[in-house]
Design a protein around this ligand. Structure first.
Ligand SMILES: Nc1ncnc2c1ncn2[C@@H]1O[C@H](COP(=O)(O)OP(=O)(O)O)[C@@H](O)[C@H]1O
Ligand SMILES: [Mg+2]
Length: 503
């Protein structure tokens, strides 16, 4: 007998610690990606809107420069030159000259978005202005006026009432919030024989660009909102995706853990089974000796010694029952590989019924047989099939607990195989007992499940193992007319087809 090893000792469950889901890093990743998408989108939108603003300002500045050039030209040709020719010098203090210049300027800037125009003289005073109250005032110009009066490059500047970043929060903007001011030298034309262009003063043009600025702001707003929206939608999609995959993963993990557990307990059961089977095997022989010795002693005991004979009878009966249990157990724990003979199922049934007949007669159990005259041939092991039918019939007899009827019928059916439909024999065993208790139906096939005091709970598991080793199946039901119905399906060999159901 093999030494008992520590296979039977309780083992530490292998249950994995509740670990974090592998996808939880994806959550962090999705938040990071939201941040990334948001930042990129914001950077992109500020780049787009800034370049839109720059373009607008550039266009405005170009336009203002052109206007200044044009004004310069018109003032020189239509005012400065005629005045010098007619009067010898320019003196804007004289109302006629001032009005003349005013007419020229008005005709040029009429209809154009010009808020104000000033001309400064060399003493930095306002010599001319479209706002008459400025005339004669000092200190109104850009500090670099001197540079301009000495031929410096024109200066364009944007003057805002408040920092530009506050603009989006102060909408709508008041007119004049953002103005563009261009300061340029007011030039004459070079005298014949001279290269250098005389400078007559400085021209300052002021344009209100608040409305354009507001339009750019609106554009900026739209871009930012669109970017935010697209980020949020992207992020939501990402979250949904992660959530779904997390759920699927969690389900799989759960299933895997269950399977792992089941596998583990199966392994333990199997190793336990192996040990118990070897013990049972060792018990079988001494048990046989006890049984035959008891039988022998009973025969030898004198008829007068009823006490001894009764005790020996009990020893005999119990050892018969015990060896039946040991045999059942060994049949279940170490199933034999079925032989592959041609077996006539009707013939096997005949043999089982012949064996059970005396007992059934004693209990007034009637057998109604409707297995037809045609042969039901299967390939397999007639001893094992005998065992299976015997177990089913004995279960029926035990369930009726007295007189009753067991009906056995056979029919030919077809079942879907791997490729095409295959012929099967269906044997139906119906008894007139109480039928299967529906509350225990799902456990009936479990090994060692029994509702009987003297039962081993191995009858049906052995039947199932035999039938499935023959490529068949067993179905437990309750018959419509009452009583248990056991359906056994076995592959059938029809004439001309003998090589199908090996295994
Ligand atoms: N024909 C039947 N009618 C009602 N119940 C049955 C029938 N056959 C089996 N059972 C139920 O199934 C259980 C398991 O049967 P089985 O595996 O043969 O073990 P055992 O006969 O040793 O109890 C029985 O204890 C019984 O409760
Ligand atoms: Mg049984």
């Amino acid at each position: 007998m093999p030494a008992m090893n520590n296979e039977l000792e309780p083992q530490v469950p292998l249950e994995a610690p509740e670990q974090e889901l592998p996808l939880s890093y994806a959550r962090t990743l999705s938040w990071l990606s939201l941040l990334f998408i948001l930042l990129t989108n914001l950077a992109l939108s500020s780049f787009i809107s800034n370049s839109a603003r720059e373009t607008l300002l550039l266009k405005q500045k170009e336009f203002a420069r052109l206007l200044v050039d044009n004004l310069n030209n018109q003032i020189f040709r239509r005012f400065a030159l005629p005045t010098i020719l007619a009067r010898g010098r320019i003196a804007l203090r004289q109302p006629t000259q001032y009005e003349h210049l005013s007419r020229v300027v008005t005709s040029v800037i009429q209809g154009l978005p010009v808020a104000r125009l000033r001309i400064y003289d060399f003493s930095y005073l306002v010599a001319f202005s479209t706002a008459i109250e400025d005339v004669g005032r000092a200190g109104l110009a850009n500090p670099r006026l001197d540079e301009i009066l000495h031929g410096g490059e024109p200066i364009s500047e944007i003057i805002a009432s408040f920092p530009a970043w506050q603009a989006p929060f102060r909408l709508p903007l008041k007119p004049g919030t953002f103005v563009l001011r261009v300061l340029a030298p007011l030039r004459g034309e070079p005298l014949p024989g001279h290269d250098d262009v005389p400078i007559m003063g400085a021209l300052e043009l002021t344009q209100d660009i608040t409305e354009d600025y507001e339009r750019v702001l609106a554009f900026q707003g739209i871009i930012v909102v669109l970017c935010l929206l697209s980020s949020i939608i992207l992020f939501a999609l990402l979250l949904v995706l992660i959530h779904r995959s997390e759920r699927v993963l969690a389900e799989r993990l759960h299933k895997n853990r269950l399977l792992e557990k089941e596998l583990h307990s199966n392994e333990r059961l199997a190793s336990m089974g192996r040990v118990v089977a070897s013990i049972a095997h060792e018990i079988r022989n001494p048990l046989g000796i006890i049984r035959s010795s008891a039988e022998l002693l009973q025969r030898r005991a004198s008829a007068s010694d009823t006490g001894t004979s009764r005790l020996l009878g009990a020893i005999y009966d119990e050892s018969v029952r015990l060896s039946q249990t040991v045999n059942d157990f060994l049949d279940y724990a170490r199933p034999r590989k079925p032989r592959q003979d041609m077996v006539d199922l009707n013939h096997v049934l005949d043999q089982v019924l012949a064996f059970l007949e005396p007992e059934f007669l004693r209990l007034s159990i009637e057998i109604v047989r409707d297995t037809g005259s045609s042969s039901c041939v299967s390939r397999g092991d007639k001893d094992l099939l005998y065992r299976a039918f015997y177990n089913i019939l004995v279960n029926g007899q035990q369930s009726m607990n007295g007189p009753g009827t067991i009906t056995i019928s056979a029919s030919h059916v077809e079942q879907q195989g791997d490729q095409d439909r295959l012929p099967f024999v269906e044997l139906r065993f119906t008894d007139s007992g109480p039928g299967f208790d529906s509350s225990i139906l799902e456990h009936i096939m479990d090994p060692f499940f029994t509702t009987k005091d003297q039962g081993t709970g191995l009858g049906l598991p052995i039947v199932q193992s035999i039938i499935s080793s023959h490529g068949g199946s067993i179905i437990l039901e309750n018959a419509p007319e009452g009583g248990a119905l056991v359906r056994v399906l076995l592959p059938e060999i029809v004439e001309g087809n003998t090589g199908r159901n090996d295994g």
